[in-house]
Design a protein around this ligand. Sequence first.
Ligand SMILES: Nc1ncnc2c1ncn2[C@@H]1O[C@H](COP(=O)(O)OP(=O)(O)O)[C@@H](O)[C@H]1O
Ligand SMILES: N[C@@H](CC(=O)OP(=O)(O)O)C(=O)O
Length: 425
Amino acid sequence: MKVFKFGGASLETIERIQQVGKIIQSFPDDKLLVVISAMGKTTNELEKVAQNYFMRKREIAAQLLYNIEQQHIQTAENLLGTREHPLFVQLQQFFTEAEWTLGEKPTRNYDYYYDQLVGLGELLSTAIVSAYFNQAGIVNSWVDVRDVFRTDDNFRDANINWEITELQVNQKVMPLFNAVNIVIAQGFIGSTDQNESVTLGREGSDFSAAVFANLLNADSQTIWKDVEGLKNADPKLFADTINIPEIAYGEVIEMAYYGAQVIHPKTIKPLQNKQIPLYVKCFLDKDLPGTVIRQDADNRKLPPLIVLKKNQVLISITSRDFSFITEDRISDIYEIFHDKKIKINLTQNAAITFSCCIDNNPEKIELLIKALHEGFKISYNEGLELLTVRHYKNGLLEELTKGRKVLLEQRSDNTVQLVMKLPPQ
Ligand SMILES: Nc1ncnc2c1ncn2[C@@H]1O[C@H](COP(=O)(O)OP(=O)(O)O)[C@@H](O)[C@H]1O
Ligand SMILES: N[C@@H](CC(=O)OP(=O)(O)O)C(=O)O
């Protein structure tokens, strides 16, 4: 058994969806559990639907949803060559459910409604791809992963209940492989014991695939991307990046943790726990060697690994009365961050100041400052970059920091982190 994951970029055009079909057909002897994300940037569009709905701008939300509906129906028709197919009834049902949600007056929090609406992208994409594959002779079964992945109700970042999910994988997914070699499931979503839809965090489909790989005891997981493999830096941000043929789980978990937006940080653990290798391959050219991520990869040949997080804010939290920022106060500060669901990317302590670097999310930061304001004086610096380099070399750091002012620096033997300010434009 192999687990494949195809992300939004691989489903962006009709040609790419057809290419995904060709990749799958080139594994005729394998059982494949195929996890699929929403097409292109659909999730971003659905986020706008959720935001407008919650801000009581229901007409705008309905219009945005209608646009998504038209795009998907057109894609489905282009792939199938007809509108006379049960797929269109299934798509209509998904949209009707979303319209019902839009018709309700919001009585619960935003995260709940977000999850009822935003997971729609994966239901649509998998239904379309599954129907198209079956018509093209790539025989498969479609599964609604909300009947399989049981989670808690931590909406927008739900946690898998492994015990129940394992049971449901065995009862509902395994038997499908008696009739077909290919099962298609949605990434990113699951459901609570109350049958409420949840999402697992943005870009969470890599993790969904890893959950399946773990519970199906797969031989391997492959994430099909628009890049030739895992590189030492994001090729969209840096020229002359180097492809990494093999790398250990531990290095990738660090890269993802520091913000490398290529693999979801939660993906590695379920694979490492069962020693399942993770391949990163290019869907544009499946014969490129790509990258293998596994336990005993030789890390000695690794180039410097560079992760750049843009749009950062450095917050300084200072005690008002010159009292020290001791463990108990730090614990209070962390509790506030946890409560506001804000991830801290880097911290630094001084006698009366606790500084931390976070992603710039103005709404969350406003709430954070309000909560911290009572006990502390707050100052912050926007428009920053957080650069992390593992296995760094000094010459390289000079090059990467050229023209930037370093506001904060932390170094260990093999990792350096710099918070930097760009020169004024
Ligand atoms: N270290 C890295 N190696 C390769 N790609 C990277 C790296 N860091 C960031 N990326 C970016 O990840 C993108 C692919 O991931 P993503 O867009 O999430 O794909 P998908 O949504 O299709 O799963 C690439 O286009 C590349 O710009
Ligand atoms: N569609 C979701 C989940 C996901 O993982 O997508 P992708 O594989 O395209 O990054 C998102 O955009 O967050």
